[in-house]
Ligand binder design. Structure first.
Ligand code: NDP
Length: 466
């Protein structure tokens, strides 16, 4: 049965950073495509009138979107603002009033995580939660126990099919393509297993630091900020089995099933790093033990992946800003073929950010008299001007009740189970110089055989080449 569209969009945290950078531009894009024609109600504490709210929306799209005066006028006509504190019941009475005739509102919570439970409870007590959907921003909990507690509260007021735990990586085109590319190409799927694949590396490198968000980062660290959510979802897309049904749950079933097969991390599987100078950032403790870099080795205990290590690393103040997956194939070496097959072997490389590129690593004969080979990459740049941003895609899906690209309760809790034992100071913290690829120990204690491939902006540096 087709789910009904939401008929009002309510955004908690509308005066905040996420709304300014991502949400207003996504809303204008939705209006442009004809995907948004319902009231958009912002709720926050700032004492703004409607004109100030509209001015903020305009400034946001001018700074971070593609401002279009005609489309913006249409968006502007939909905007409403409710001022109030989230701990105060009267805020929700005012919201109920602002909702008017709306019967199926969509609530988006982009607020301090400590407020999630209070807002959910007030939505229920005020009658706003009836027939509603709720989108919850990350971080979804701080560890397994708090994620379970938050799930319990949300499930008291909303059915699982109405809860949308956002992980914007799942809304990214190139992440969806990981799944599509694997299962739409029999050639790829045929070798996508432990018989052919030696290892998988996922690198999320950021050249910038914490950009004034010291207080936030001190509560998070790299494991909570990106590994437990975004990067484990990428791992799930790379490792999962083919969804065999067409309903929303099929793909979520497979991602969750894969995560259940991932072994719980122990301290020895993880190297944590902190860039030199982090402790001098505003909001950061002078003796902070919070990691700005993490490298970890994962094992998946199932028939497809037995014995294939998956490596993930993520860090701030690294040499580049690039997110990339490298799938390295084994090098079959029957004695007679050694001559042709000398390493590097084949690989797939999926660049997810900043551009979308798929590369297949192969060896070809070097032109000339000698029968010697050289490594090349077959590159496909896969960029489209009109592609939806992850937030536009995910808000649009939540409006129509499509849960496929959101994290389900079991997957979120399993992801926390995987990292739970290495949160905090369980693994040693090493210092690294800004502008380097993290602590040396990430290579010596937690690196793939042959070393990590350090991606560069251009594609001249092939994996396996020193
Ligand atoms: P901000 O601190 O910038 O914004 C917080 C928002 O919550 C503001 O609108 C603030 O209103 C409102 N707020 C906080 N407390 C109250 C209260 N008691 N009553 C009413 N309003 C309140 O946070 P961000 O936008 O950066 O982040 C919001 C959420 O999104 C967090 O969960 C974060 O982890 C997540 N997120 C953020 C990203 C980002 O790039 N910023 C990226 C990914 C996720 P007011 O300003 O009026 O006080």
């Amino acid at each position: 049965m087709k789910a009904e569209r939401s008929d009002a969009f309510v955004f908690f945290g509308i005066t905040g950073d996420l709304a300014f950078k991502k949400i207003f531009p996504a809303l204008q894009a939705m209006v442009r495509r004809g995907h948004l024609a319902m009231p958009v109600i912002g709720v926050a504490r700032s004492r703004w009138d409607l004109a100030q709210f509209k001015a903020r929306a305009k400034a946001s799209i001018e700074a971070h979107g593609d401002f279009d005066p005609v489309v913006f006028e249409k968006l502007s006509a939909l905007l409403r603002y409710v001022e109030g504190d989230y701990t105060d019941a009267s805020t929700f009475v005012a919201l109920r009033e602002a909702l008017g005739d709306a019967m199926r509102p969509l609530f988006y919570l982009a607020i301090p995580p400590s407020m999630f439970v209070a807002v959910a409870n007030h939505l229920a007590a005020s009658g706003c939660a009836k027939n509603a959907r709720i989108v919850v921003e990350k971080p979804f909990g701080r560890d397994l126990a708090s994620a379970q507690a938050l799930n319990r509260t949300l499930l008291e007021h909303f059915p699982e099919s109405s809860i949308f735990r956002i992980d914007h990586f799942l809304g990214k085109e190139p992440v969806q393509n990981l799944v599509y590319f694997r299962f739409a190409n029999p050639l790829v799927e045929a070798g996508w297993n432990h018989e052919w694949i030696e290892s998988v590396q996922i690198t999320m490198a950021e050249s910038f630091g914490i950009e004034g968000r010291g207080r936030f980062f001190e509560e998070a660290g790299a494991i909570r900020d990106v590994l437990q959510n975004h990067l484990l979802q990428v791992l799930a897309c790379l490792g999962m089995e083919c969804p065999c049904r067409k309903d929303d749950e099929a793909i979520r079933d497979e991602r969750a099933r894969l995560l259940k097969d991932v072994r719980t991390l122990e301290a020895a599987d993880v190297v944590r790093g902190q860039f030199r100078g982090y402790r001098r950032e505003p909001g950061v403790a002078l003796d902070s033990q919070v990691e700005t870099f993490v490298a970890a080795q994962f094992h998946i205990d199932n028939a497809r992946w037995a014995g294939v290590p998956f490596f993930i690393r993520a860090g701030k103040r690294l040499p580049v800003t690039i997110t990339e997956v490298l799938v390295k194939f084994k090098c079959p070496t029957p004695a007679t073929l050694n001559f042709y097959l000398a390493p590097p072997a084949n690989h797939y490389r999926f660049r997810i950010n900043p551009e979308v590129v798929l590369a297949i690593g192969a060896k070809v004969k070097k032109p000339g008299e000698l029968l010697v080979g050289e490594a090349i990459e077959l590159l496909a740049h896969h960029q489209s001007q009109d592609v939806m941003s992850a937030y536009e895609r995910l808000i649009g899906d939540a409006v129509i009740g499509d849960t496929a690209l959101f994290a389900r309760q079991d997957a979120v809790e399993t992801s926390w189970r995987i990292v739970d034992q290495v949160l905090g100071n369980a693994a040693h913290l090493y210092e690294y110089e800004p502008g380097t690829w993290g602590p040396r120990e990430a290579m010596t204690q937690c690196g793939p055989e042959g070393g990590w491939h350090d991606p560069r902006p251009d594609f001249t540096h092939l994996p396996g080449a020193m």
